[in-house]
Design a protein around this ligand. Structure first.
Ligand code: CA
Length: 236
């Protein structure tokens, strides 16, 4: 498969033998991004912060704290304090929680089952600290993730696009980069997976154009999660 040949050439690895899938949550497992953007806008309205709705698709993958810091610097010309990061993220989380529940991404359950059937370890890797969705994962995707195999905003000091979240996930799963598949929907998340030297799949589930994922260095770009679920057995 061309994508694998190109991945090996780009990384210098001799082989790609997937043992673990490191999987993003928002926009990948849940069709949640439009509602997150709405919740961010509500927080900005309450805090008097300048923002545009669609920019939140590009911030996607950052920790909430990092996004709040960018908004504070832009509007007030100074970094956000730790207290502000906490308080503002609580406002954003409450706004998200008050909205109607989001749906799982079509194809995501099938993708996770294919991984499980192939004996691939599944690790959740999200910049989110949003309990609303984290608490739903086990009922929406029963048995998809082994207990404890989860990296959230609380577990990293530097969020995506830094490689730290995916490097920590690899060490948690006990795998090397050439044994890892990252599954993402956002350019910053793809950058994080690529920087961690994983085979990084971009599933374009939102409004961001394909070129942004080429630029971010994705190993493979898929137009939808059902398409990726169809192709997955040939990668494994
Ligand atoms: Ca995402």
């Amino acid at each position: 498969m061309t994508a694998i040949t190109q991945y090996l050439a780009a990384t210098g690895f001799k082989e790609f033998r997937p043992k673990a899938a490191l999987i993003d949550m928002d926009g990948t497992l849940y069709d949640s991004m439009p509602r997150h953007a709405d919740a961010w806008m509500e927080m900005c309205r309450q805090a008097g912060l300048d923002a545009e709705h669609d920019e939140f698709f590009l911030h996607e993958g950052r920790t909430g704290a990092a996004t709040i810091d960018i908004l504070m610097r832009r509007t007030f010309g100074r970094p956000a304090t730790d207290k502000e990061k906490k308080e503002l993220y609580a406002i954003k989380s409450a706004a998200f929680a008050a909205m109607p529940p989001v749906d799982p991404m079509p194809g995501a359950a099938r993708m996770l089952r294919t991984l499980a059937d192939a004996g691939i370890t599944r690790v959740l890797v999200t910049g989110s600290g949003q309990a609303t969705l984290l608490n739903r994962l086990d009922s929406d995707f029963p048995g998809a993730f082994s207990p404890g195999l989860r990296i959230t905003s609380a577990d990293v000091s530097r969020g995506k696009p830094d490689p730290e979240p995916y490097l920590r996930a690899m060490s948690m799963a006990g795998v090397e980069p050439w044994q890892s598949i990252v599954i993402e929907n956002a350019p910053l998340g793809v950058q994080s997976g690529v920087a961690a030297k994983a085979f990084t799949v971009a599933v374009t589930t939102g409004p961001i154009p394909r070129e942004a994922f080429v630029e971010a260095g994705a190993s493979l770009i898929m137009p939808s999660m059902p398409d990726f679920a169809d192709l997955l057995p040939t990668i494994l």
